[in-house]
Design a protein around this ligand. Structure first.
Ligand SMILES: O=C(O)C(=O)C[C@]1(C(=O)O)C=C[C@@H](O)C=C1
Length: 92
C-alpha cells in the first residue's frame, strides 16, 4: 500500500482509539449522573442544559472549522443514548 495512505490510516486509528476512550470516560460519568438522578427523583433529561451544551459546542465547532450541524447531530446522538440509560436506571 502507498506509504502516505498507510501513515494517514495510522493517524486515523490513533484518533479513533482516543474517541473510544473519551466516550468510555463520558459514559462512566453519565452513569454516575444517572444514579444520582434516580436516587434524587430528578428527571432523566434536562433540556435547558442540553440547549446550553449544543450552543457551546456549535460555537466551538465553528472555531475549529468543523460543521456545526454535524457536531450538533453527534452530540444529540450521544445525549439521547445517555437519556435512555438514565430512564432504564430510574425504572430499576
Ligand atoms: O447533565 C445532565 O443532567 C445529564 O444527565 C448529562 C446529559 C449529557 O449527556 O450531557 C444527558 C442528559 C441531559 O438531558 C443533559 C445532559
Amino acid at each position: 500500500m502507498d506509504e502516505s495512505l498507510e501513515r494517514y490510516r495510522q493517524s486515523i486509528d490513533n484518533i479513533d482509539a482516543a474517541l473510544v476512550f473519551m466516550l468510555a470516560e463520558r459514559f462512566k460519568v453519565t452513569q454516575a449522573v444517572g444514579a444520582y438522578k434516580a436516587k434524587n427523583a430528578l428527571p432523566p433529561a434536562d433540556p435547558g442544559r442540553e440547549e446550553r451544551q449544543i450552543a457551546r459546542l456549535r460555537q466551538l465547532a465553528v472555531d475549529a472549522k468543523l460543521d456545526p450541524d454535524f457536531t450538533e447531530k453527534f452530540l444529540r446522538f450521544i445525549i439521547d443514548e445517555v437519556i435512555r440509560h438514565h430512564e432504564s436506571m430510574r425504572g430499576a
